[in-house]
Design a protein around this ligand. Structure first.
Ligand SMILES: CC(C)(COP(=O)(O)OP(=O)(O)OC[C@H]1O[C@@H](n2cnc3c(N)ncnc32)[C@H](O)[C@@H]1OP(=O)(O)O)[C@@H](O)C(=O)NCCC(=O)NCCS
Length: 205
């Protein structure tokens, strides 16, 4: 058998692609008619700004962050607090009301719109997942869906909100819940998949 050194052209040949029984074919994958909403330059600048001012744990000038987000097209209300280590995919697809808290380690993976009302607490490590794939098709098409959180809601630590869900006004999503469907207003949900635990009591004013 000739060695690779003796026959360099055969050594350069790529091995045949392996499908190995996979039901999907990711090789020709495209995002279809999805568009990220801004050109490559703006997205690149945002990635750099995000690394410096949002994703790191050291940048503590919290009041500057809403201003920066607005420069990138986000709608951010008054009194919004954004803690360190927060990741936001596309600020131009983010809408946040007044007096919202975004806790440390929150990941707003908003390839499409995420809308958060006013007086919402988003606790540490919450994941907003707006993207999915059509696993019923070999092309594994991208299927993004917006997420909405109503005013007065509390999304507690490490909860995951899946594509398309709406959290009703004043609802409470308990820690580590996985929300797979809409949550009605004023209820507490918990678990994976999140299920109603009981109604949330309105605090006395
Ligand atoms: C929901 C929460 C606020 C508790 O509210 P509560 O009104 O005191 O509710 P209870 O503790 O009485 O729990 C009610 C029921 O829900 C269940 N439950 C509460 N939290 C749950 C959770 N995260 N996952 C699964 N079940 C949960 C309890 O086990 C209880 O079940 P039971 O009735 O069968 O015993 C609390 O569990 C929680 O998730 N806190 C969030 C903490 C957090 O994110 N901190 C960050 C601060 S920024």
């Amino acid at each position: 058998m000739p060695s690779a050194e003796a026959n360099p052209s055969s050594a350069a040949e790529a091995p045949a692609e392996v499908r190995d029984g996979a039901w999907v074919d990711l090789a020709p994958y495209t995002v279809g008619d999805y568009h990220p909403g801004r050109g490559a330059l703006v997205r690149l600048i945002w990635i750099l700004v995000s690394c410096v001012a949002f994703e790191g744990g050291w940048f503590v000038l919290g009041r500057v962050k809403p201003w920066v987000l607005r420069r990138f097209g986000a709608k951010i209300g008054r009194g919004v607090v954004i803690k360190p280590n927060v990741r936001i995919k596309h600020p131009w697809r983010l809408s946040v009301g007044d007096h919202v808290w975004v806790g440390q380690g929150v990941w707003i993976d908003n390839i499409v719109e995420v809308e958060i009302g006013s007086h919402v607490c988003v606790s540490q490590g919450v994941y907003f997942c707006t993207g999915s794939h059509d696993h019923r098709r070999p092309s594994f098409d991208l299927t993004p869906q917006a997420i909405r959180v109503g005013s007065g809601a509390w999304v507690a630590a490490r909860a995951t909100l899946l594509p398309g869900v709406s959290i009703g006004r004043n609802a409470l999503v308990a820690a580590c819940s996985v929300v797979t469907s809409d949550v009605p207003p004023g209820v507490i949900v918990a678990g994976n998949p999140a299920r109603k635990v009981r109604d949330r009591e309105q605090p006395a004013t």
